[in-house]
Ligand binder design. Structure first.
Ligand SMILES: O=C[C@H](O)COP(=O)(O)O
Length: 256
């Protein structure tokens, strides 16, 4: 399958930014400015506290809602956690899992990420499953094998019936929020290896339908270069997703 058969995906990860009034304001601006196009799917992932109000603001628009985290248990004594059903109750259809910030600061493991993916898929929510190497691993020249190992662990035992409902995001940690971007060739090297691993795990047809995003200082000025690569199907955007004009400009480029 060629890249053009996969619908591009631009996802904004607001991280821990925007209280409720700010989230409402940004969501309103995004509804006004983000172009609707069949060529690109657009998702915004606000903090949990903002999900309900953002959902309300984007209702009826082409923008979809994603969460930044989920817990795999259905309900009960798990203080501070959010279940798949809770996400569904605010019409979230995507959820980021395994972001390097959660792996590093909250000690999430590949096993946790695998459980989250299974719970989300059983609930009909599309995971955006993140992977990526540290600077140390890259400098040791072990980035491809490191990411391939993450992919194998994170996808273990997953059953994918619709490949458009499972997304991988490759985010080299050294490029996140640093202004230091990977080159398009760096991104393709790892995204190509991710696709090859997905072929091993799920078979060619399924792997060809899975979107692989690049993340790490992606912005309007550099997104086209990443999107031109064979195995890069979109972007997971941090900082630039907090400014409506920038995020809208990135969607516009992806729709070209
Ligand atoms: O989830 C998004 C990424 O961590 C990228 O963040 P950034 O665009 O601010 O570098």
């Amino acid at each position: 399958m060629t890249q053009s058969k996969r619908t591009r995906l631009i996802a904004g990860n607001w991280k821990m930014n925007n209280d409720v009034p700010a989230a409402k304001e940004l969501a309103e601006a995004l509804v006004e400015q983000v172009p609707a196009s069949d060529a690109v799917e657009v998702v915004i992932c606000p903090p949990t506290i903002d999900l309900a109000c953002t959902s309300h603001k984007i209702a009826g628009s082409a923008i979809k809602l994603g969460a930044q985290n989920v817990y795999w248990e259905a309900k009960g004594a798990y203080t501070g956690e959010t279940s798949c059903d809770m996400l569904k109750s605010v019409d979230a259809t995507y959820c980021i899992i395994g972001h390097s910030e959660r792996r590093d600061y909250f000690h999430e493991t590949d096993e946790d990420i695998n459980k989250k993916a299974k719970a989300l898929m059983a609930a009909g929510i599309t995971p955006i499953s993140c992977c990526g190497e540290s600077l140390e691993v890259r400098e040791a020249g072990k980035h491809v094998e490191f990411v391939v190992d993450q992919i194998k662990k994170d996808t273990e035992g997953l059953e994918i019936t619709d490949p458009s409902k499972y997304v991988v995001a490759y985010e080299p940690i050294w490029a996140i929020g640093t202004g230091k971007t990977a080159t398009a060739a760096d991104a393709q090297e790892v995204c190509g290896a991710i696709r090859a691993t997905l072929v091993e795990v799920f078979g060619q047809e399924t792997a060809d339908g899975i979107r692989i995003l690049y993340g790490g200082s992606a912005k309007p000025e550099n997104i086209a270069g990443f999107l031109a690569e064979e195995d890069v199907d979109g972007a997971l955007v941090g900082g630039a997703s907090l400014v409506a004009e920038s995020f809208a400009a990135m969607v516009e480029k992806a729709a070209e």
